[in-house]
Write a protein that binds this ligand. Structure first.
Ligand SMILES: [Zn+2]
Length: 182
């Protein structure tokens, strides 16, 4: 078996656990090097806390969940409802990929219920292409990888994840998924 660096990058702190937590745990148990990235820290995912407070809570939750899975956690520093497919964002995500040097990248579906998920999917797709282009400049002098990573987009299955999200500190996502459930 060839061991891979696997980068799971999605929009919000609970997306990795809800959509692929079991898969990522099995891949980690098999010896693959897993990194989970959320584009935001979930700063709008509450009706009780201010943005800095909930971001700190959800970063901590995401780091603890990644630790259980056997992965590392990183936040890309975007804001909720503020992920856009623009030039600075594409360069930021490309820089993140160049530093991580994954063999496989897993990200959101390009057709999803949430604008942050769709924007993440497009940015990650484009960053997988841009990361290996030597003339595409990013912030650091990290050298571009020799080849592009394999890209996988996953489809959302919100109804299957509803029970798990009921345990989340993110009532916005819970109510959205409840509305989508059959
Ligand atoms: Zn999300």
């Amino acid at each position: 078996m060839i061991l891979r660096g696997i980068l799971f990058i999605h929009a919000h702190p609970d997306d990795a656990e809800i959509l692929a937590g079991g898969t990522l745990a099995l891949l980690a148990q098999a010896g693959h090097n897993i990194t989970i990235v959320s584009m935001t820290a979930g700063d709008c995912g509450t009706t009780e806390h201010g943005p800095d407070e909930i971001a700190a809570i959800r970063r901590s939750e995401a780091a603890a969940a990644a630790n259980l899975i056997g992965a590392r956690y990183q936040c890309a520093g975007f804001g909720d409802l503020a992920i856009f497919n623009d030039d600075p964002s594409r360069r930021r995500v490309t820089e993140l990929l160049r530093r991580a040097t994954p063999g496989i990248v897993i990200t959101a579906s390009p057709a999803d219920y949430h604008c942050d998920h769709e924007a993440t999917s497009i940015l990650v797709r484009d960053a997988c292409f841009a990361a290996s282009a030597p003339n595409y400049q990013t912030d650091s002098r990290t050298p571009p990888p020799l080849c592009r990573p394999s890209l996988i987009s996953i489809s959302p299955t919100p109804w299957a994840a509803l029970a798990a999200l009921e345990q989340s500190s993110n009532p916005t996502s819970s109510s959205t998924l409840r509305a989508l459930s059959p």
